[in-house]
Structure formats: C-alpha cells, structure tokens
Design a protein around this ligand. Structure first.
Ligand SMILES: [Zn+2]
Length: 248
C-alpha cells in the first residue's frame, strides 16, 4: 500500500455507486490522479462542501497494489476558487480550463509548472473583469509547457525576424507565424497590438499584465487563434470552447 499526501486542485467529481464519489485531482506531487471518496455523496459526510471543482485542497489517501484508483481519506480546503461563479462567461471559461486539463494531461504525470500556473491564474479566472485575460494567459502557457507555442519573433518559413511593428500572419492550420512575404493563401493577420500582447503574456506575470492594463477588451481574435493552436497541437476538440466563441 502506498500513502499519498499533498496539494491539489479538484478538477471534477462524478457519482459512484450509491454513496461514493469519483474525484479527479490535479496534484502538485503526482499530477492528475483519480480517487474514490467513500461516502462522498452522503448528505452528512465529512466531505460535505469540500468537493467543489476548482478548490485548492490538501489531501491524503492511499493506493493498494494493482489498484488504479486512490482511496481518499481526507480533504481540507485551502482556498475554494469555486465554480459558484458570478456570471455565465466566467463559468464557461473555468469549465473550459478544466476540460483542457482533463482531456490532455495524462494521469500520473507530474507537472509542477502547471500546478503553479493554476494557482497563478485561478484567482483571476473567477472574476468577471479579469477572466478573459486569465484564460488567454492560461492557454499561452499551457502551449508553452507542451512545447507547442510557435516562435513569436521569427517567421516560421524564412526565419526572418518578425518586426515589432511589421505585419504578422498565421495560416489555417497554424504551423507557426509568418511574415508578409511568406504568407500564403488565406493567412490571417494578427494585429500589432495582439502580437505585443502575445509576447507580454510569455514574459510577465498575469498580475503585472492586469496592472499595466495591457489587455484590451478585444482579446477575442487572439483567444480564437490560441485555441486553434491548442486543438491542433493536442489533437483534441473542446466542447466548451464553441460556447465561449458564441459569447466572444
Ligand atoms: Zn517569412
């Protein structure tokens, strides 16, 4: 029997049998893990109010040999970012974040950077005025951690430097950014401001970006491009994003 202990973000819970719950956690120490919370569905359970998705928790549990699921025996909430949200847009963005991690992170793959990123963006995710910036920040860094973020300074075709105030394009199946001379067919232009923002997202903390007010309200185009990159890179589609797109 192996004892597990650590900090995690709750990604999702599902009913299991009559009284139990299946829980999916993204933990700092073990990556994404699945566990069983015995009695988690009972009204008077010691886990009542502790199983909300997006909660930052301290947990302990154990895993028997040859068993995939961890038996969770304690959960203490450090901070609940809560899916009890102020509005529909914020709810969608948070649901999308959970969906991306659930669908693309393999179980038991430790990723401390991702855990830190979640703690960095979640406070801004659950607020109406900062959630779109937080979403973009999360998407860009998620791509970067996966090694999928294209070079933001060089044309992917000719290797020339992408000038700060020059035109930058991306293709339909985004394989990298392009200069004006290399753009072929239906290349979409990324505005100078959006390129500037994209670069800042990889260099500054979200708090600094929000403080400097660098994120305009119009992040829709960039969010769409970055989302396409995520779908192409991870070869997955995310149901929640089509709902977000309608709201953009
Ligand atoms: Zn070029």
């Amino acid at each position: 029997m192996v004892v597990l202990k650590g900090e995690a973000i709750i990604l999702r819970t599902y009913p299991l049998k009559e009284t139990d719950k299946l829980i999916v956690l993204f933990s700092q120490e073990y990556g994404k893990i699945r566990g069983v919370v015995n009695g988690g569905r009972r009204i008077k359970s010691r886990f009542t109010g502790r199983l909300e998705p997006l909660s930052w928790i301290e947990f302990s549990g154990f895993q028997r040999r040859n068993q995939e699921l961890v038996s969770i025996d304690s959960i203490e909430v450090i901070k609940g970012f809560g899916l009890i949200l102020e509005d529909y847009d914020t709810f969608l963005r948070s649901t999308y974040l959970l969906e991306v991690i659930l669908k693309t992170m393999p179980d038991w793959e430790v990723n401390q950077n991702l855990f830190r990123l979640l703690l960095h963006v979640l406070p801004a995710f659950v607020k109406t005025d900062t959630s779109s910036a937080a979403l973009l920040y999360f998407q860009v860094w998620y791509l970067k951690f996966g090694g999928f973020l294209p070079d933001l300074y060089k044309c992917s075709r000719c290797g020339d430097h992408l000038a700060k105030n020059g035109r930058t394009y991306c293709g339909d199946k985004i394989q990298g950014l392009m200069c004006k001379a290399c753009k072929s067919g239906m290349g979409r232009e990324i505005s100078i401001n959006n390129m500037k923002l994209l670069r800042s997202l990889t260099k500054m903390s979200l708090i600094e970006i929000l403080k400097e007010n660098q994120i305009s309200r119009n992040v829709g185009q960039l969010t769409n491009i970055v989302e396409e990159l995520i779908e192409t890179s991870f070869e997955r589609r995310f149901d929640t994003f089509s709902a977000i797109k309608q709201e953009l």
